[in-house]
Design a protein around this ligand. Structure first.
Ligand SMILES: NC(=O)c1ccc[n+]([C@@H]2O[C@H](COP(=O)([O-])OP(=O)(O)OC[C@H]3O[C@@H](n4cnc5c(N)ncnc54)[C@H](O)[C@@H]3O)[C@@H](O)[C@H]2O)c1
Ligand SMILES: [Zn+2]
Ligand SMILES: [Zn+2]
Length: 373
C-alpha cells in the first residue's frame, strides 16, 4: 500500500473546543484525534462519561491500528469528521457501567467489538449487527473510538465480550475486528469448502485472518497475493500453499497456470482498491465466489461482459462480529494463533510512531501493532 503517512502534519490541541468540553467534564485523557485527511495528533480530550444507561466506560489496556484507520487518514471515508478519536479495536477493563447494564460490572476484563449492537432491533435479531439501527460500525467512525486511554461503549451488554480468566489478552485484540472480518466477510461469504482452491488478495492483518480461518474448512490450495514480500513470507508460515508478488509478476497468468486455466473457487479481496477487486474478477472460476472485504474509496469496474455467464456470486459485507464467541474458543484452544500476527509493540502514548510503522508496513516489516497502557 502506498505510503499514507509521509505527508502528515501534526497539529496542536484544538484549544477552544477542549476548553468548552472541560466546562462539563474536568477529567482529561490522551487520545489519537483525526483532524482531516493526513492530519492527526495524540492530544488531550475530555474523558468520556456515561451518556445512556446502557453505556459502559472502558479503560483501554491494549489497542491496535486497522487498515480502515489508514483509509480514514487517506480521506477515503470523508464522513469522518475532524476531532474524532479513531480506533475500533481493543481490550480493556470496565471503569463504570450505566444503570441498565447487566452483563458487566466495574473491574471486568472485556474484548471491545468493532461493531456496536443493541441486540434488540430488526437487524440485530437477524444476526446482522453491522446494520444495528442504533449502532453498527460507529466506533472510531461516528463516535469516539479506542485509540485513547478511555472509551465509551454504547449497548455494552451486546457490544463487549467477557475475557476468560488467564487469557492472553494480546491475542484477543485480534477478535475485535480482524478475525471475525476475515472469517465472516471472506471465508463464510466466500463459501470456502474442503478441496477448494482459494485466492486471498491482500496479506495484511485482515487477509491473514482470512488465511488462518479458511483452514477450518481445509481448502486444498490457498494462493496469497500481495506486493509486500515480507508479508508473503509470513503468509507461507500461516498456511499459504502459493504466494505471488503482483508487483513483480503477472498475477492473473500465474493463478491461471496454477489452476489449469480454470481460476479459483473463491477469491477474497482484502485490500480495498480497484486493481485488486478487478484481479478477483479476472481469476474467478465458473461457479466461484468473489468475497469482498476491502473498504473501497473509489468505484470499481464490474466486468459483466465476461462474468454474466460464469455462474459466480459477488458478496460484500460489513463484519457483523456474530462469530466472535466461536472464534474466541478457537483462539483459547490454540486452533488458531492470531498472536503471531503481532510484529510491533508500543506504549499507548507512542501512537504516532505506531501509525508511522503500520503505515510503512513493507519497510518496517509490520503486520499488527499493539499499543498498551
Ligand atoms: N468489510 C469489513 O467489515 C472490514 C473490516 C475491517 C477491515 N476492512 C478492510 O480490509 C482491508 C484490509 O485491511 P488490513 O488491516 O489488512 O489492511 P492493510 O493495509 O494492512 O493491508 C492491505 C494489504 O494489501 C496490499 N496491497 C495494497 N495494494 C495492493 C495491490 N495493488 N495488489 C496486491 N496487494 C496490495 C498491501 O501490501 C497490504 O499488505 C482494508 O481495506 C480494510 O479497510 C474491512
Ligand atoms: Zn478495522
Ligand atoms: Zn440493533
Amino acid at each position: 500500500m502506498e505510503n499514507l503517512v509521509s505527508n502528515e502534519v501534526s497539529i496542536l490541541t484544538d484549544a477552544p473546543s477542549a476548553i468548552n468540553s472541560l466546562l462539563v467534564n474536568n477529567a482529561t485523557m490522551k487520545a489519537l484525534v483525526y483532524h482531516g485527511p493526513g492530519k492527526k495528533a495524540w492530544e488531550g480530550k475530555p474523558k468520556p462519561l456515561i451518556q445512556e444507561t446502557t453505556d459502559a466506560i472502558v479503560k483501554i489496556l491494549k489497542t491496535t491500528i486497522c487498515g480502515t484507520d489508514l483509509h480514514i487518514m487517506k480521506g477515503d471515508l470523508p464522513e469522518v469528521t475532524a476531532g474524532r478519536i479513531l480506533g475500533h479495536e481493543g481490550v480493556g477493563i470496565i471503569e463504570e457501567v450505566g444503570s441498565s447494564v447487566s452483563n458487566f460490572k466495574k473491574g471486568d476484563h472485556v474484548i471491545i467489538s468493532c461493531i456496536t449492537s443493541c441486540g434488540k432491533c430488526e437487524y440485530c435479531k437477524k444476526g446482522m449487527y453491522s446494520h444495528c439501527e442504533k449502532g453498527g460500525w460507529i466506533l472510531g467512525y461516528m463516535i469516539d473510538g479506542t485509540q485513547a486511554e478511555y472509551v465509551r461503549i454504547p449497548y455494552a451488554d451486546n457490544s463487549l465480550y467477557p475475557i476468560p480468566e488467564g487469557s492472553d489478552e494480546e491475542a484477543l485484540v485480534m477478535l475485535s475486528d480482524i478475525l471475525p472480518t476475515g472469517f465472516e466477510c471472506g471465508v463464510l461469504n466466500g463459501q470456502v469448502k474442503p478441496g477448494d482452491t482459494i485466492a486471498i488478495v491482500g496479506a495484511g492483518p485482515v487477509g491473514m485472518a482470512a488465511l488462518l480461518t479458511a483452514q477450518f474448512y481445509t481448502p486444498a490450495e490457498i494462493i496469497v497475493i500481495d506486493q509486500d514480500d515480507n508479508r508473503l513470507e509470513v503468509a507461507k508460515t500461516f498456511g499459504a500453499t502459493h504466494t505471488i508478488n503482483s508487483s513483480t509478476n503477472n498475477a492473473i497468468e500465474k493463478i491461471m497456470a496454477l489452476t489449469n486455466g480454470k481460476g479459483v473457487d473463491t477469491a477474497i479481496e482484502a485490500v480495498g482498491v480497484p486493481a485488486t477487486f478487478e484481479l478477483c474478477e479476472a481469476i474467478i472460476a465458473a461457479g466461484g465466489h468473489i468475497a469482498n472485504i476491502g473498504v473501497h474509496g473509489k468505484s470499481v469496474t464490474l466486468h459483466l461482459e465476461t462474468l454474466w455467464s460464469r455462474n459466480i456470486s459477488i458478496t460484500t459485507r460489513l463484519v457483523d462480529t456474530v462469530t466472535t464467541p466461536m472464534l474466541l474458543k478457537t483462539v483459547q484452544s490454540k486452533k488458531i494463533q492470531p498472536k503471531k500476527l503481532i510484529t510491533h509493540r508500543f506504549k499507548l502514548d507512542q501512537m504516532i510512531e505506531a501509525y508511522d510503522t503500520f503505515g510503512n508496513a513493507a519497510k518496517e516489516k509490520a503486520l499488527k501493532v499493539i499499543l498498551e497502557k
